[in-house]
Design a protein around this ligand. Structure first.
Ligand code: PEP
Length: 256
């Protein structure tokens, strides 16, 4: 595998954090710290912060993403936001299938696939999250779970559209827990997911697909994780809320 063929992307997942003034202040603090990044830099923010974020990143190297989208274009879906609504605003990325959505909001492989389809149809780039629970890891079915989630999410996605998909391998047991996968564990599963992509789309497409790791990545452990040949950046929760920590991760990705 040739890491040079892929662009590392560091994406912050702010989850349900930050008011609009706080979002503006955090982005303004991040901008100068990441301006020389040699990797993609994205902040995925709550819907209420999208307009503020889009305004704040104008003329910078930072992309803006949402944390979810609905699959229908419009209609009676109270509190939902469509992919088209995001695209119209100028939003570039959307996280789909985050484990917190799967765990707390009954997100299934079927709805993940529908959301992916809708996002691609509106020209959005997707950060697709897959990953096993601790129980699944302990039962030795990590690869099976990641393969099923990946294949189901990509059902009906063409090879051309795959270029708009970033996969984030996020072991559920490592998210927000302070328990990071070892660099070997992260690389092993990222590599396995790449073989799943190769089976679906061929070797070349697999080599070109950005596969991030996410789960308690921070300023201290980023370099070792990002050094791994199959780890192409990260999806960052907690550490993305502190500008110096987020910038340190971006710096680590820019070196690898
Ligand atoms: C996430 O929310 O995708 C995540 C990886 O969170 P954390 O970095 O806090 O574990």
């Amino acid at each position: 595998m040739n890491k040079a063929k892929r662009r590392a992307v560091i994406a912050g997942n702010w989850k349900m954090n930050k008011t609009r003034p706080e979002a503006k202040a955090l982005i303004e603090e991040i901008i100068p710290l990441v301006k020389d990044a040699d990797c993609g830099v994205v902040v995925c923010v709550p819907y209420t912060n999208l307009e503020t974020a889009l305004e704040a990143v104008k003329g910078t190297n930072i992309g803006v993403g949402a944390e979810n989208c609905h699959w229908e274009k419009s209609g009676a879906f109270t509190a939902e936001i469509s992919a088209g609504m995001l695209a119209e605003m100028g939003v570039e990325y959307v996280i789909i299938g985050h484990s917190e959505r799967r765990q707390y909001f009954a997100e299934s492989d079927v709805t993940v696939n529908r959301r992916v389809r809708a996002a691609l149809d509106e020209g959005l780039k997707v950060i697709l999250c897959v990953g096993e629970t601790l129980e699944q890891r302990e039962h030795g079915i990590t690869e099976r779970v990641c393969a099923i989630q990946t294949k189901a999410a990509l059902e009906g996605v063409t090879a051309k559209e795959l270029a708009s998909i970033i996969i984030a391998y996020e072991p559920v047991w490592a998210i927000g827990t302070g328990k990071t996968a070892t660099s070997e564990q992260a690389n092993e599963v990222n590599h396995y997911i790449r073989t799943v992509i190769a089976d679906l789309y061929g070797e070349e497409a697999a080599e070109g697909t950005t596969i991030q790791y996410g789960g308690s990545m921070n300023a201290k452990n980023a370099e070792e994780l990002l050094d791994q040949v199959d780890v192409d950046g990260g999806l960052i929760g907690g550490a993305s809320l502190k500008a110096p920590d987020f910038a340190a991760i971006v710096k680590a990705a820019s070196r690898t």
